[in-house]
Design a protein around this ligand. Structure first.
Ligand SMILES: CC(C)(COP(=O)(O)OP(=O)(O)OC[C@H]1O[C@@H](n2cnc3c(N)ncnc32)[C@H](O)[C@@H]1OP(=O)(O)O)[C@@H](O)C(=O)NCCC(=O)NCCS
Length: 313
């Protein structure tokens, strides 16, 4: 069996989407696997993003799987990883891990991670081979967004002038760096805006932003229909973090309402105990639960006291 790995190309996207649906749909056991999340084109949107690298596996010239790596400054994560069901357990998944690990190395990533199925010995074992270790659960939570949501002083990245955007990004880099050295969402914020995937909500402070949330929606994003998906959100780590988090969630609800989105969806690692509890109190319920695996086996920015939302999907 001759497996080769190469960069993913735009022309691969339809087949990549088909195999992602087939692989995940089969694993989770839906009746028609090929229809699983088939209305989403997030692979098509991941490819042109400046902070991603995407890879394809071929068997005798035939496309059989893909993997995507994302860089947030010093932090890297990967997924979705998928292999055609006919080829499972023959080493293709491992081959698709190799260029991702190489990308992390080249990017100088100091903390790498992934989100996977906690009940699957195969998944945990596969990623352990590459040095990842399971830590806390991540809850993907959802809340129905009603109407008449309170307005806050939050502003949208898209509404800022170029100069203001640069200045704001500088403030957000410093906010993230204080949570984990080198964590940087600049490219994710810019890609979200330039690729038309959504916008970033910013809660301004007297000197620098207090909090922000990258909100994505529409069929090119990872969000399901009518959902606002928080790709990443964080609050400045100071004494007012709980209040800033509450304001940020309010602003996300108002943004969802303004875009006629019915559900607000966000992931939170359960190591961020206060943030998870605040989500529960705020009316969020867990819809999917996964485990995050980390390399090295350290908390990075998944630790108590930090108000951060993400799920590494
Ligand atoms: C997960 C997935 C990408 C793995 O691809 P794959 O080509 O089947 O994986 P590989 O064959 O390279 O590696 C699987 C490893 O797990 C091992 N494994 C399988 N079942 C196992 C079990 N019950 N316990 C421990 N190890 C197990 C295999 O033996 C193999 O290791 P080995 O080479 O040392 O024997 C593929 O199964 C898939 O597409 N699944 C559906 C989508 C998905 O779940 N994606 C990942 C989400 S995080």
């Amino acid at each position: 069996m001759e497996i080769s790995i190469r960069p993913l190309r735009e022309g691969d996207i339809p087949e990549a989407r088909r195999i992602i649906s087939l692989a995940f749909g089969t694993f989770v056991g839906v009746p028609e696997p090929e229809t699983f999340m088939a209305d989403r084109d997030y692979p098509g949107a991941l490819l042109p993003a400046t902070n991603t690298a995407a890879f394809a596996a071929e068997l005798d010239g035939q496309f059989v799987g893909s993997n995507f790596a994302t860089r947030w400054g010093s932090v890297g994560f990967f997924g979705p990883l998928s292999v055609h069901v006919d080829l499972w357990d023959q080493g293709v998944g491992q081959r698709l891990m190799e260029p991702v690990m190489e990308a992390f190395e080249n990017w100088g990533v100091t903390h790498a991670g992934l989100f996977t199925f906690p009940q699957s010995p195969k998944h945990i074992n596969l990623y352990q081979k590459f040095g990842f270790w399971p830590r806390y659960l991540t809850a993907v939570m959802s809340k129905r967004v009603g109407t008449g949501n309170a307005r806050t002083g939050a502003v949208l990245f898209s509404s800022l002038s170029e100069e203001e955007q640069d200045h704001t990004l500088q403030g957000l880099r410093s906010l993230c760096h204080d949570l984990y050295k080198g964590l940087d969402l600049t490219d994710e914020i810019r890609s979200t805006y330039h690729l038309g995937l959504g916008d970033t909500i910013i809660c301004p402070g007297p000197d620098a932003p207090l909090a922000f949330a990258i909100c994505q929606h529409g069929e090119k994003s990872f969000a399901s229909d009518k959902c606002c998906y928080v790709k990443f959100a964080a609050v400045r780590a100071d004494g007012n973090a709980p209040e800033s988090f509450s304001e940020l969630l309010k602003a996300c609800c108002a943004y969802s309402e303004d875009h006629s989105l019915t559900f607000l969806v966000a992931g939170v690692n359960l190591a961020r105990e206060e943030a998870y509890r605040a989500m529960r109190v705020g009316g969020f319920k867990t819809i999917i639960q996964g485990v995050t695996m980390h390399k090295p086996n350290e908390s990075a920015y998944s630790r108590a006291g930090l108000y951060v939302l993400d799920d590494w999907r």
